[in-house]
Design a protein around this ligand. Sequence first.
Ligand SMILES: Nc1ncnc2c1ncn2[C@@H]1O[C@H](COP(=O)(O)OP(=O)(O)OP(=O)(O)O)[C@@H](O)[C@H]1O
Ligand SMILES: [Mg+2]
Length: 389
Amino acid sequence: MLFDIRPKENRKDLYDREKEIEMIKDSVQRKAWMAVLGMKRVGKTSIVNVSVNETNSIALSLNLMRIYDPRRRNYPKSSFTNLFLESINSTIKKYTLSGKVLRVVSNILGIDESSFIDFNIVKIRARLKKFRNEDIGFVIREMDELAKDNGKNLVIIFDEAQELAKVNGINFSSVFHDIYDYCKNTTIIFTGSMIGILEKVLKNIEYEKPFFGRYIRRIYLQRFDREASKDFLIKGFEEEGVRISDEVLEDALNKFDGVPGWLTFFGSECSFSLKHGKAIKVEDIVKMAIKEVKEEARNFILSTQSKERYSATILALERLGGKGELKQVTKVASTLLGEEVPEPRIYDILNRLLGYGFIEKQAEEYSLLRDLPNRVGVIEAASELIKGV
Ligand SMILES: Nc1ncnc2c1ncn2[C@@H]1O[C@H](COP(=O)(O)OP(=O)(O)OP(=O)(O)O)[C@@H](O)[C@H]1O
Ligand SMILES: [Mg+2]
């Protein structure tokens, strides 16, 4: 179903993206490492899932969003190892891979195999310290061997990979170096929506000494253009067996501006209402989406050193009609705060907002995102946090 709101697994549920899927499949076959980059809700996870499912691979998926906490600058090593072990556990279950990997992991932890299979949190947590850095590489090597013995590739997916940089006590550069050198059957896919931040991490991986000169292929996912968005909605509603008026369709196209996640959410809610004889209100769906973004933006702003300045920078963009150059933004933000903020400081703030995907930049101009949920959500968070200034 096109309007299924979970990340897609099969191509029949995915609209278009043929080109990107072919690129990912081709890269997996050639064992070229890659990064799939794009704004939030653009379809990164779906596209990676669908592509990897169409190759003859075992997928080990590490969703770093699970340890993500915008208010923390660092994560303890144990949160990563726990996530790593959970992912190994689900891969073993999904592909019914009994045998050596299970034995190896249980041995390292010093627990019995059934406790690992059942993922006995109490036992595992007590043994996490036994899991050393070199064991990560060791376990992956075993997975690589196992995949090879089954005539398959191993694909390791690091979702929201920029978070790796915040994990204390693990030298990922050397982990990746080992994988690159010893796991000839393995491909790594990094994905992330905080593009600026992830790019920094990728560059570090590419240029850090032991890894020098190894290139990670970038695949950028753009939102749908207007024509594709319209076609997606029409096909989706056809599949659901409901009809919506041209007016509602146009309204949704204007408000969601080609962001696949919003279009899917809209389609799903709208179909549900129509099937159950309720009136559709595009406004209500927009409100729910705004709330989601607002929460994300709020958490981010609260994690910074200066919530007033971040908020004022966002509001300055709004006052400027949604976009402006550094000089203009500095001027308006200073007026809002009633203090002269140095231009280099606003430059840093704009670039951090950009790195985290809350705003965009074309040439010298910074701008709020065009879709209503992202634009209004960020503005509402900023307005609330600047109160009292
Ligand atoms: N090409 C597509 N066809 C159909 N549905 C899609 C497509 N792309 C994305 N979606 C839908 O949009 C939503 C977001 O997709 P997905 O989770 O894959 O995106 P993402 O970029 O990984 O998002 P996030 O940044 O939140 O992790 C999901 O509901 C998914 O089903
Ligand atoms: Mg995702």
